[in-house]
Design a protein around this ligand. Structure first.
Ligand code: SAM
Length: 230
């Protein structure tokens, strides 16, 4: 994703949605993701956009659920699905909130309602916006782990960023042998859930880090509010 203040404009040419726009994941990364997901029944995406439409059209036998935290982008994505009569995808407006998990304080999407045991074959992590919600992408996996089937593929976008590398490192350490990195490029990484295990390797510094991240998020939110007001 390239940062830009441009609004989200959906566009499609032939069967190709514009995945190379300023806020989209990029076609190359999309191609790597789909290479690993086989014939999924249920796909979950964090961060809606042109990718939602592309996945739904490329996998007509699958059900795509896309999580969106921003009301404006939720409307755009939902209207685009309606306009193009894409009925195997649904966008869910899910705000960012704070959830306690194994002593950690997770600031990420409120994913409680999506947490159906072992239901998803693939997860694409491309939201929320990292500059506004630090580490929310990393934390989302902790809340979704039980909802992923054994063998599920997890795609992580923006792997060129230090924050994504840090996220990958934490995932692999916390889930140990239950998660492996199967392929990565300079911009995208794909992981696989190898087994269902409740064993997680959480250290004291993870608890502290998550709390610090929560404080950073509060400070950023207050700053943004003040900026908007004046
Ligand atoms: C990287 S975008 C998701 C893109 C989508 N997965 C795709 O590849 O088409 C992550 C989040 O950025 C936000 N977003 C999308 N377009 C934006 C824009 N033009 N400006 C600011 N935020 C945007 C939305 O909340 C979205 O969920």
């Amino acid at each position: 994703m390239k940062e830009s203040s441009e609004k989200m404009h959906y566009s499609k040419q032939n069967n190709y949605w514009n995945l190379d726009g300023p806020y989209s994941m990029g076609r190359q990364d999309y191609t790597l993701f789909v290479k690993h997901i086989g014939n999924p029944t249920n796909i979950l995406e964090l961060g809606s956009g042109e990718s939602t439409c592309q996945i739904a059209e490329d996998f007509p036998a699958s059900t795509v659920t896309s999580v969106e935290s921003h009301p404006e982008y939720f409307e755009s994505s939902r209207n685009t699905l309606l306009k193009h009569k894409i009925d195997n995808a649904e966008v869910r407006l899910i705000p960012i909130g704070v959830t306690r998990w194994k002593g950690m304080t997770l600031t990420t999407y409120r994913l409680g309602n999506l947490n159906r045991k072992e239901s998803y074959d693939a997860l694409l992590v491309d939201g929320p916006v990292e500059s506004v919600f630090p580490r929310a992408r990393e934390y989302s996996l902790y809340l979704l782990w039980d909802s992923l089937k054994v063998g599920a593929s997890i795609g992580l976008d923006d792997y060129h960023r230090e924050t994504s590398k840090h996220c990958a490192g934490n995932w692999l350490r916390i889930y140990g042998g239950s998660l492996e990195l199967v392929e990565s490029t300079s911009t995208f990484a794909v992981f696989r859930k190898n087994k269902h295990s409740d064993d997680v390797n959480i250290k004291f510094h993870d608890l502290l880090d998550s709390y610090r991240t929560y404080i950073r998020y509060i400070v950023r939110s207050v700053k943004n509010l003040v900026k908007k007001k004046f």
